[in-house]
Design a protein around this ligand. Structure first.
Ligand code: ACO
Ligand code: ZN
Length: 291
């Protein structure tokens, strides 16, 4: 878990400005004390440095040569890329990332020690400007004894409700699968985290059951097999199956049977696809787990 930290709630911060967007903040974050009186923080979206005035930002941008997040680009599909950034090697970037995320997270725990984490940063490429725009990220502990595959996830509010959170979540499970592991997000989830994950588990199970129904007898499948096929832990698989109305209790032995409730599943998939959100292409990930 992240280390806790005392910070000043006296902050006057109301907005962050990134590019031409002025984004209202939701919670406070422990920026250095000299920023307490500042109502708007100006952020360089390339290196994520924060400044107290437009003038200072202008000066910074004249010098800042960063065009993309640091680290390795491990995924690219269309205009979207995901960069793997090591908290140890890029501590300043990652600390800034955590501070920005804190502005949209209600949790009390804070993020100073970024060394034990990897950060997966999602961008949208702007061909006209030839640069990557920061969209969101999630952090993940490099080593942990539990099965957490996401520590903290954020979509910048100007990019929310476009399916990017879902893309990041899907990506986190793809990493788990490549590690031959089952993962789950670190608890407690925020309200928005909970609705996003519940939706993800539901949609994932809907697609999987539909695929399996055309190849196998769905009743012969077990939740453990579904975990292997998705990188999800059993508990989350069950939350997904329940929403697909795909669980039947076998009263002879108290076990659950999984069945394919076609009408329910078709509606879930249809609704989801009507949004036309970007989907993950596993073939576009070039990555091997560090052992
Ligand atoms: N209201 C209702 N449903 C929502 C909402 C919302 N505000 N946000 C997401 N959902 C659900 C919906 O089902 C949505 O599908 P829909 O748009 O078709 O209705 C689905 O999740 C997918 O939404 P995305 O667009 O993929 O999610 P988004 O990019 O907006 O990111 C996230 C979700 C990351 C949780 C974002 O809201 C955020 O950054 N919140 C602030 C930080 C936060 O709370 N992070 C999670 C903390 S828990 C943890 O880190 C493990
Ligand atoms: Zn910069």
């Amino acid at each position: 878990q992240y280390g806790t930290d005392e910070y000043n709630h006296e902050s006057n911060l109301k907005y962050i400005q990134i590019r031409n967007y002025r984004i209202e903040t939701w919670y406070t974050a422990p920026f250095p004390e000299q920023f307490n009186s500042v109502p708007i923080l100006y952020i360089c979206e390339n290196c994520l440095e924060y400044m107290d005035s437009k003038r200072v930002l202008k000066g910074h941008q004249a010098k800042c040569r960063v065009r993309a997040p640091p680290g390795l680009e491990i995924y690219r599909e269309g205009l979207n890329s995901i960069f793997e950034v090591d908290g140890l090697r890029n501590s300043s970037y990652c600390r800034n990332l955590c501070l920005i995320a804190k502005l949209f997270l209600n949790s009390k725990t804070l993020f100073y020690d970024v060394d034990p984490f990897m950060f997966y940063v999602l961008t949208e490429y702007d061909p006209a400007k030839q640069k990557h725009h920061f969209v969101g990220y999630f952090s993940k502990e490099k080593v942990n004894n539990n099965n957490y595959n996401v520590s903290c996830i954020l979509t910048l509010p100007i990019y929310q409700r476009k399916g990017y959170g879902n893309l990041l979540i899907d990506f986190s499970y793809l990493l788990s699968q490549r590690e031959y592991k089952s993962g789950t997000p670190e608890k407690p989830l925020s309200d928005l985290g909970a609705v996003s994950y519940r939706n993800y588990w539901k949609v994932k199970m809907a697609y999987l059951l539909r695929r399996l129904a055309t190849t196998k007898q769905p009743k012969s499948i077990t939740t453990i097999q579904l975990c292997k096929l998705t990188g999800m832990i059993e508990n989350d698989v069950i939350v997904g199956l329940e929403q697909c109305q795909a669980l039947l209790r076998d009263f002879t032995n108290g076990q659950y049977l999984i069945f394919y409730n076609r009408p329910v599943i078709e509606v879930i998939i249809m609704k989801w696809e009507s949004k036309n959100y970007t989907t993950l292409n596993p073939k576009s990930l070039f990555w091997k787990p560090v052992l």
